[in-house]
Design a protein around this ligand. Structure first.
Ligand code: ING
Length: 311
């Protein structure tokens, strides 16, 4: 009996600086209800889903940027969403800016939380691959200051047992690094959930805009196929106070095929009835890790960070 389940990805359109968290949570709840109405058991929301993508702005003092962060899980702003999901019996992934007192000091992470269909918090992931810079590059059009506002995640790449299968989480730039998915696939993850905020232009090298979408799709389709897993990816997109970000939310099958994709840059729910055993034949053959991987030859991947040309 194949394991079939409907998964949803809830893409968010722009969140402007003037938008309140309550107004955004109301949008998330509306999409949660739509997903439930379409039979979904899980919903993936975007990265930093409660606020505008504030790392595009330069702030100096924590009192200026802490307004974007959440304290407590669920935080006060999140409570209505957690309540609604529990009542509907829908699990979800939610990205948010986390502020926490840990190890005797205040720490800030770009975080996602996984909540089961019963409303229980299964766990968190804290973004490891932080793009951009810590100091401004001096061009407001192109600032990307995640290294300024967030610490590197300290939870590794955990995976979580759920009634639907083992789930792994990551966030945005993580999807560009194959190590992200392989480390989770080696733990048995077969469903990856991730959110992203990908500026159409503001990154530190000029390239044709179509490449932004291409690299996004390429990263996700490769990850899905090379790890024989389903990938659920949710954008926050459109022009936030004039700063454009790509859409392209999608669900990718273990074969690497995009089975459904958002067509707008607004709030949009996409769903697909996933055969969770579709990747099984790949794990028994092409990507039977135990049979085919040769870790005795992979040492450089964890022993070396940058490029070192042999003498
Ligand atoms: N955003 C972008 C991302 O990785 C980026 C940053 C864009 C990096 C384009 C490289 C190229 O999709 C976040 N939030 O990581």
């Amino acid at each position: 009996m194949p394991r079939r389940e409907v998964f949803a990805v809830a893409q968010l359109g722009p969140i402007h600086l003037a938008d309140t968290k309550d107004a955004v949570v109301a949008r998330l709840i509306e999409m949660l209800r739509e997903a439930k109405g379409r039979g979904a058991g899980w919903v993936t929301f975007p990265e930093l889903a409660l606020t505008t993508f504030f790392p595009r702005y330069l702030y100096d003092a924590p009192e200026d940027y802490d307004v974007f962060f959440e304290e407590g899980l669920p935080s006060p702003a999140m409570v209505p969403l957690f309540e609604e999901a529990r009542q509907l019996g829908v699990g979800f992934y939610l990205g948010y800016a986390e502020k926490v007192e840990q190890d005797g000091r205040t720490r800030r992470f770009n975080t996602s939380v996984l909540v089961g269909p019963d409303g229980k918090i299964l766990g968190q992931y804290r973004k490891i691959h932080l793009p951009g810079t810590k100091e401004p590059i001096g061009d407001p059009e192109f600032e990307h200051l995640e290294k300024r506002y967030f610490e590197v995640g300290d939870l590794g790449f955990p995976t979580f047992a759920t009634p639907s299968g083992r789930v792994g989480m990551c966030i945005c730039n993580d999807r560009r690094w194959p190590e992200t998915f392989r480390v989770m696939a080696l733990q048995g993850a077969e469903i990856f959930m991730l959110g992203y905020n990908t500026p159409t232009r503001n990154i530190h090298h000029a390239e044709p805009a179509h490449l932004r979408e291409f690299h996004h799709s390429l990263s996700l389709q490769s990850a899905a196929y090379q790890n024989a897993s389903w990938v659920m990816a949710a954008a926050k997109c459109g022009a936030e106070d004039g700063f454009a970000m790509i859409g392209g939310s999608m669900i990718v099958a273990p074969t690497g095929e995009v089975v459904t994709r958002a067509t707008s840059e607004e709030d949009e729910v996409i769903t697909y009835d996933c055969d969770l055993d579709l990747g099984a034949y790949l794990r028994r053959t092409v990507f039977d890790f135990a049979r085919h991987r040769r870790i005795e030859h992979y040492g450089l991947i964890t022993q070396q960070t940058g490029i070192e040309v042999p003498k």
